[in-house]
Design a protein around this ligand. Sequence first.
Ligand SMILES: Cc1ncc(COP(=O)(O)OP(=O)(O)O)c(N)n1
Ligand SMILES: Cc1ncsc1CCOP(=O)(O)O
Length: 556
Amino acid sequence: MSEQAAMMSEAANDTAVGATMAMSTSSPPPTSPAKPKLDLTLYLVTSSSLLPPNATLESHIESAIKGGVTIVQLREKNLDTAPFIALGKRIHSITKKYGVPLLINDRVDVALAVGCEGAHIGWDDMDYTTARNLLGPTAIIGLSVSNVTQASLAASTTADYIGIGPVFPTRTKPDASTPLYPPGVRQILELIYSKRPELPSVAIGSINATNLQAVLYKSRPAEGLPLAGVAVVSAIISSTDPESAASTLLSLHKAPPPWAPPPQSQTTVFTHFYLPLILSKVVTIIRSIKEHKPLVHHITNAVVKNFSANITLATGGSPIMSENMEEVADLAAITPHSACLVNMGTSGPAERRLYALAIKENNKAGKPIVFDPVGAGATGTRKETVRWVLDECGYVDVIKGNEGEIRTVAGEGIRMKGVDSDVGGGVEELVKVVKGVAGRERNVVVATGATDVLSDGTRTILVMNGHPFQALVTGMGCALGSVLCAALAANKDDKLMSCLAAVLLYNTAAERAVKRDGAKGPGSFSVAFLDELYEIGELCAKGEGSWLNDVKVEFM
Ligand SMILES: Cc1ncc(COP(=O)(O)OP(=O)(O)O)c(N)n1
Ligand SMILES: Cc1ncsc1CCOP(=O)(O)O
């Protein structure tokens, strides 16, 4: 305590940088320094042990600030007090030059001794009130939270910001709590907003250039403050080029993610009154498949490959079946109109690596991903693959599955026998599940069955068309994924409308197929179905929409 008191008096003699920074902008009287400006956009947290060989923390931090870091936290777990203070002072002389606040991790005494702008404290550290009393009202103080209980307590303080994490598993903090993943971050943001609507937050834990946009997008609450920024350690500290690492992260932060729909592109008038308008869009979308012949990269199971390729061709798309990791990036970038189907028909470690790569490369190229969680509830491995794809691999634009699969994705403990779904809940109940998953993932969910349920979390559509023969042909369910891909690749404006077009095309083709001469059972039906897909496409190419006369849809 006496050591701390001594440091506090030393700090009082030192020029308070918060005051200096604030004074340089608004010149308040020296006796009442204002709080330094807090910009959490790109928050660098240090760890000298992760520096590349021959790099110094001083030069690394300076370069990172040049690249766009907006706030720095000195987090040095293995330093004794004296060298920690000495390092803090050296770093502070750098951050001050750029007007970037410096906070000290855990050690309020060191923050005082350094005379920097504040401290970041966790649950094992000094309590908030004591830290605030010691550091004073103008210091920046951040608090860590790892769950909603901590978030509730933290939001009842006057802390300046909240650090939410870990988002993902991280090697940088071996004692970190269970990962939250973006939906968990979102829950915490909602809780914080309900208690202190103006309190900003950052997310931390294995955030890097690959996942930053997905973290920001998927964690964004429907209402209230989104993340103010992201905090990173290894993504900048372990880089050999911290300036460009920081500037890449910053530009990703500023840019809309490639999968976000263009502003104002969504059909907002979604009621029966507008059915003719909606159906004319369906025709336009199917016509655009014919026009663009989108490439559909299939990562799918062996049983359905041939059928899926034929369905894609009949629809007007161009199928490619490839599980070669080496060509995933090329396929994602080869043409402006492409999409990738990730069908979890088989799900071992090699497939998981392939799915991750496909999602990463298609996210990067701004190409839609349709994820089919085949047999999701059948085994623990499949459940884990679903969790991993959705939590850790990036963003999937559409999830398509039968009721059991979608309920498993929602987190229900459904036991599926193989890949078939026999859960048999009512449609109303299913609508809630589908909307819930779509809202959680901020994407579109298509649940197939006698009534298909499509939702983007806000708008929900029921489609009652189709024929029971569809359930008797192997690959029929999986190949809908191909048509969804073709429609999404051809029309980027409104994903829900593209999915509706694909589902109406598919189910109407089935109804028309059984009316054809000779379609007496599943075998002849599957051939007639291909012909009908093709014929409907031809009608749409001519702008003809009469094939939609018998659609049975409901908007909710
Ligand atoms: C911005 C930010 N958020 C969270 C943390 C984690 O802090 P804490 O829980 O105190 O864990 P350690 O960093 O001390 O290991 C952080 N440091 N920064
Ligand atoms: C300090 C901290 N708190 C939660 S996760 C974490 C470590 C983040 O480091 P990285 O960005 O390297 O995963």
